[in-house]
Write a protein that binds this ligand. Structure first.
Ligand code: FE
Length: 197
C-alpha cells in the first residue's frame, strides 16, 4: 500500500501523510504557532512544574510531565487517572491556552475528525536518552475523540504499533512542529517514543 501524501500548495513546508487508517502525520503543521506554543509551555510549567511521576509498579518515569486543561493525566502508586487537581500543587491545572485548543481542533479537522474540543493536554518533556515505552492511551472516558500530538524541539522517533502489544511497530521520524492525529479504528493502537539521541 502506498501512503497517501498531499502537499499543501499554500504552505509548501506542510505535508499530510496517512500512516494507517485513522493515523495521520501532519508534517510542519504547527510551524506558524511554534513560538507561541513554546512560550505557553513555559507559562504552564511555571504554574505546574514538570515532574517525574511514579507508576503503580513503583518505577519513576524518565519523561518529565505536566498538564493543562480541565483535567490532567496523573500516575501514582494507586494507578493512572485524569484529575482536575495537580497533586504537586494541590490546585487546578493551568487552563488550556487558546492556541493549543485551536491547533488541536484544526489538526483533528485536517485528519478527518470534525468538531474536536480537547479538554486535557498532557505535556511530555524528553531529554537525551529518555524514552516512552509502548502503551495505549486508555484512561480517557471517551474513545471517540482522537489523540492530537504536537512535537516541538528535539527530533525523535515515534513508534506506532498495532492493537496488540506484540504487533510490529513502525518507526516514524518526528521533527519540530510535526503534528500527529490518531483515532477511530486506531485510537487504541500501542505507541511510544524511542530513546532520544
Ligand atoms: Fe500515549
Amino acid at each position: 500500500m502506498t501512503p497517501t501524501l498531499f502537499h499543501d500548495l499554500e504552505n509548501p513546508s506542510q505535508q499530510t501523510i496517512a500512516l494507517a487508517t485513522g493515523v495521520t502525520m501532519l508534517k510542519g503543521f504547527a510551524l506558524v504557532d511554534a513560538e507561541l506554543l513554546l512560550e505557553q509551555v513555559r507559562e504552564i510549567a511555571a504554574i505546574s512544574p514538570f515532574r517525574h511521576m511514579v507508576t503503580p509498579g513503583g518505577f519513576g518515569m524518565s519523561v518529565g510531565l505536566t498538564n493543562c486543561g480541565r483535567l490532567g493525566w496523573v500516575a501514582d502508586r494507586s494507578g493512572y487517572r485524569y484529575d482536575p487537581v495537580d497533586p504537586a500543587t494541590g490546585r487546578a491545572w493551568p487552563s488550556m491556552p487558546a492556541v493549543f485548543e485551536r491547533l488541536a481542533r484544526n489538526a483533528a479537522d485536517e485528519a478527518g475528525f470534525a468538531n474536536f474540543t480537547p479538554d486535557a493536554c498532557l505535556v511530555n518533556r524528553y531529554e537525551p536518552e529518555v524514552r516512552l515505552t509502548l502503551h495505549q492511551d486508555k484512561n480517557e472516558r471517551d474513545y471517540d475523540a482522537p489523540i492530537v500530538s504536537v512535537s516541538l524541539g528535539l527530533s525523535a522517533r515515534f513508534l506506532l504499533g498495532g492493537l496488540k502489544r506484540s504487533d510490529r511497530t513502525k518507526s516514524v521520524p518526528l521533527i519540530h512542529v510535526d503534528v500527529q492525529v490518531w483515532g477511530g479504528p486506531s485510537r487504541l493502537r500501542f505507541h511510544g517514543v524511542a530513546p532520544i539521541r
